[in-house]
Design a protein around this ligand. Structure first.
Ligand SMILES: [Fe+2]
Ligand SMILES: [Fe+2]
Length: 327
C-alpha cells in the first residue's frame, strides 16, 4: 500500500531501532498489553529525535487513542485506509514548516502528552493528577505570554486532533484573554486550569460520539451533554481543587438566558470566570480544524459570538474582540 512512494523499514519491538529524524515512525501494537506499552515506552525513549510518531490503533480498541497520545503519538489512525491520507497530511505540514512557518516543538508535544495522560488515566479508572494539570497550564501561560496567542493557535491547529486540540485551543484562548485583560497572576492561572480541565468529562464519552463527523442524533447528544457533570464528579473530591475550577468544569455550557446545561442556571448564578470560559470555549470550537471541514476564520467566529446576545455577556464579548482578532 505504501511502497514505492514511501521507503519502509519494518522493525519488531525489541529489535534495535536506528532511525533518522526525517521519517515517520509508525507503531502498530496492542496497547491493552502492559508489557507492550512498557516496550514501546522504552523504545521511544531512545527515539526522541523522531518528530512524527504515527500510531495505528485498531478500530475496536478506540479507547486506546488517549493511551497512544500519552505514549507520545503525534497522530493516530484507526485503520489501514487512513494511513496514506495521514502521511500526506504529515508531508504537507513538513513542507509548510520548511517554508518558514513553525513546526511542532518538543514543548508542544509535551503539552499534548500532558492532556493525553489525564484522559488515559481517567479511562483506566485512575484519579486525575491536579499538579499535572497545573504544570501544563503554567507552561501554556508562559508560552503565550512569550510568543502570543496567534502562534499558539496556529501550531495547535496544525498538530493536534480532536479533543486534545480543542482543550489546548480553549486553554490558549482563555489564557490569551486573561493576559490581554491584565488579570492578576493568580486569576490567569485559575482560569487557565479551569480551561485545561473543562472537558475532562469527555474522557468517558465514547469516541464514536466525540469524533462523529456529522451532527449528533438526539440520543448521542444526550450522552455528549453529560460531560460537564462527569468532569465535575471526577474532580470534586481531589484535595486542593478550587471551587472556581469546579464551577467552570460543571457550568461552561450554561447561558445567561437560562437555556444552557446541565443545570439551566440563571444569569445571577453564572460567575465571571464561567462567562469567560464559555466565550473561550465557543470561540475555540468554531476555529478548530477538523479533518472533514476547513476551520472557520477568527473574524467569522467572532461575529457568531456577537450574535449570541442574551446568551453571552456582551461587554465581555466586546472585550474579547482584541484577543479574537489579533494578528
Ligand atoms: Fe464542554
Ligand atoms: Fe469545550
Amino acid at each position: 500500500m505504501l511502497e514505492p512512494h514511501y521507503h519502509i523499514i519494518p522493525r519488531l519491538l525489541g529489535d534495535e531501532i536506528a532511525f533518522g529524524a526525517g521519517g515517520v515512525l509508525m507503531v502498530d501494537a496492542d496497547l491493552r498489553e502492559a508489557a507492550r506499552v512498557e516496550q514501546i515506552k522504552h523504545a521511544l525513549s531512545e527515539l526522541q529525535a523522531v518528530n512524527e510518531k504515527l500510531f495505528i490503533v485498531q478500530k475496536h480498541l478506540h479507547h486506546m487513542v488517549a493511551q497512544a497520545y500519552a505514549l507520545g503519538a503525534t497522530s493516530v489512525v484507526r485503520c489501514g485506509r487512513e494511513i496514506v491520507p495521514k502521511l500526506a497530511q504529515i508531508e504537507a505540514a513538513a513542507r509548510a514548516s520548511h517554508d518558514g512557518s513553525s513546526s511542532i516543538t518538543p514543548e508542544m508535544a509535551n503539552y499534548a502528552k500532558g492532556f493525553a495522560s489525564m484522559f488515559s488515566a481517567i479511562q483506566r479508572g485512575k484519579p486525575i493528577n491536579l499538579s499535572d494539570a497545573e504544570n501544563v497550564t503554567s507552561q501554556i501561560i508562559a508560552n503565550i505570554a512569550q510568543d502570543g496567542l496567534t502562534a499558539w493557535l496556529d501550531s495547535v491547529r496544525r498538530y493536534h486532533e480532536g479533543t486534545f486540540q480543542h482543550c489546548l485551543l480553549v486553554t490558549g484562548v482563555a489564557v490569551g484573554f486573561a493576559l490581554e485583560t491584565k488579570f492578576a497572576e493568580l486569576d490567569v492561572k485559575r482560569l487557565g486550569v479551569a480551561a485545561t480541565l473543562h472537558d475532562v468529562g469527555k474522557a468517558q464519552i465514547p469516541l464514536s460520539i466525540l469524533d462523529k463527523p456529522g451532527r449528533l442524533d438526539p440520543s448521542e447528544d444526550k450522552i455528549m451533554k453529560r460531560h460537564p457533570v462527569i468532569g465535575y464528579e471526577l474532580l470534586k473530591d481531589i484535595p486542593g481543587i478550587s471551587p472556581e475550577v469546579l464551577d467552570g468544569v460543571r457550568h461552561h455550557h450554561e447561558y445567561l438566558d437560562g437555556s444552557g446545561y446541565p443545570d439551566g442556571l440563571p444569569a445571577g448564578q453564572i460567575t465571571d470566570l464561567v462567562r469567560l470560559l464559555t466565550i473561550s470555549d465557543i470561540f475555540a470550537a468554531l476555529i478548530e480544524s477538523r479533518p472533514y471541514r476547513p476551520s472557520m476564520s477568527r473574524q467569522d467566529a467572532y461575529k457568531i459570538l456577537c450574535d449570541m446576545e442574551g446568551k453571552l455577556e456582551l461587554p465581555l464579548v466586546r472585550a474579547f474582540r482584541k484577543v479574537a482578532l489579533a494578528a
